[in-house]
Write a protein that binds this ligand. Structure first.
Ligand SMILES: NC(=O)C1=CN([C@@H]2O[C@H](COP(=O)(O)OP(=O)(O)OC[C@H]3O[C@@H](n4cnc5c(N)ncnc54)[C@H](O)[C@@H]3O)[C@@H](O)[C@H]2O)C=CC1
Ligand SMILES: O=C(CO)[C@H](O)[C@H](O)COP(=O)(O)O
Length: 299
């Protein structure tokens, strides 16, 4: 199959490489000419604009977007619009908000597949896990490409109509936040606790048969190995947060309690206070107010 890929960053380049490896023809475009050159070195046909990519694809276009969620997706779709008709299929493989995907599916002249993608750049060799929403015929049409980009036929599934793919991926990320928080808390107690433990070796033992073994735990083991048992210079600050925020917003709307995911998100936001948490500083001072407890003060 001939596939157009727009967005050739950490994730898009893997889509290109895996599609090429599986024998598909790829036409590639990115705003960054260097990224296009890298894709061309790997065997893709380079395009110098969205319109050029569309022209090179001919009839029955199959196009995979792997650009940052938000404005970049809308801008790309706007450029593509006049080149698309109802026989064409556009896949958005990024972390778009599911309601944006529903809106885009309604407006797009082509069939639109919202595809939640999990596995990250580290998933290049194994392949991704793909959660797809949109028309069944378009999903079936793109199945050879999904087989190539995912771990294989078991690594992708149609979740339902428009929005369902990105909805499932949003909640996947909420779970990711909670799992990261749980591992973080466990290792914090081990680190601060009463035994002098080698955290890399704890993670390694847990990864060998323990109930809580997982890829995230393998990444904990890697972090202790590469950064050292105290995590070296790694800062107390966690970026990102959009997908977790959407998950919590949806939970509030559906009145489904998600205390773990909410707490993980709140901890992430809390980590960004450059000047220390105001609430903790006030609690510190209040203990003096009611108990005359000593107030630890900063320099
Ligand atoms: N990095 C990760 O672990 C994962 C990322 N995703 C999602 O995949 C999408 C892409 O992520 P990454 O590859 O990590 O980002 P990235 O920042 O590495 O790459 C994005 C690429 O898109 C290009 N781009 C931006 N606007 C463009 C436009 N209008 N037209 C053409 N190219 C444009 C940029 O030049 C860049 O090369 C995002 O939605 C992200 O949330 C999904 C799963 C995992
Ligand atoms: O989707 C992912 C992993 O599954 C991406 O790594 C994403 O960027 C993480 O989300 P956030 O920025 O909200 O932490």
């Amino acid at each position: 199959m001939q596939l157009g890929v727009i967005g050739l960053g950490r994730m898009g380049q893997i889509v290109v490489d895996r599609a090429l490896e599986a024998g598909h023809d790829v036409v590639a475009f990115d705003l960054d000419a260097e990224a296009v050159a890298t894709a061309a070195d790997g065997g893709a046909e380079p395009a110098d604009s969205v319109a050029d990519l569309a022209d090179r694809l001919g009839d029955e276009k199959r196009i995979w977007l792997m650009v940052p969620a938000g404005e970049a997706v809308d801008a790309t779709l706007e450029e593509l619009e006049s080149h698309l008709d109802s026989d064409d299929v556009v896949v958005d493989g990024g972390n778009s908000y599911f309601e944006d995907s529903v809106r885009r599916a309604e407006a797009c002249p082509a069939a639109y597949l919202d595809c939640g993608t999990s596995g990250g750049p580290a998933g290049a060799e194994l392949g991704f896990s793909l959660m797809v929403g949109g028309p069944a015929w378009a999903y079936e049409e793109l199945t050879p490409v999904f087989d190539a980009v995912a771990t294989g036929p078991d690594g992708h599934e149609r979740m339902g109509p428009a929005g369902a793919g990105h909805y499932v991926k949003m909640i996947h990320n909420g779970v990711e936040y909670a799992l990261m928080q749980a591992y973080g808390e466990g290792f914090e107690l081990l680190h601060e606790g009463r035994y002098d433990l080698d955290l890399e070796s704890v993670a390694s033992v847990w990864n060998n048969g323990a109930v809580i073994r997982s890829w995230l735990l393998e990444l904990c083991e890697e972090a202790f190995r590469e950064e050292g048992p105290d995590l070296g210079t790694v800062a107390d600050r966690v970026e990102g947060g959009s997908t977790g925020t959407w998950t919590v917003q949806e939970a509030l709307e559906q009145e489904v309690p998600l205390p773990l995911i909410y707490t993980a998100l709140a901890e992430r936001f809390g980590s960004r206070a450059d000047d220390g948490r105001f609430s903790r500083r006030l609690a510190n001072r209040l203990r003096y107010g009611f108990g005359r407890h000593e107030v630890p003060r900063r320099d």
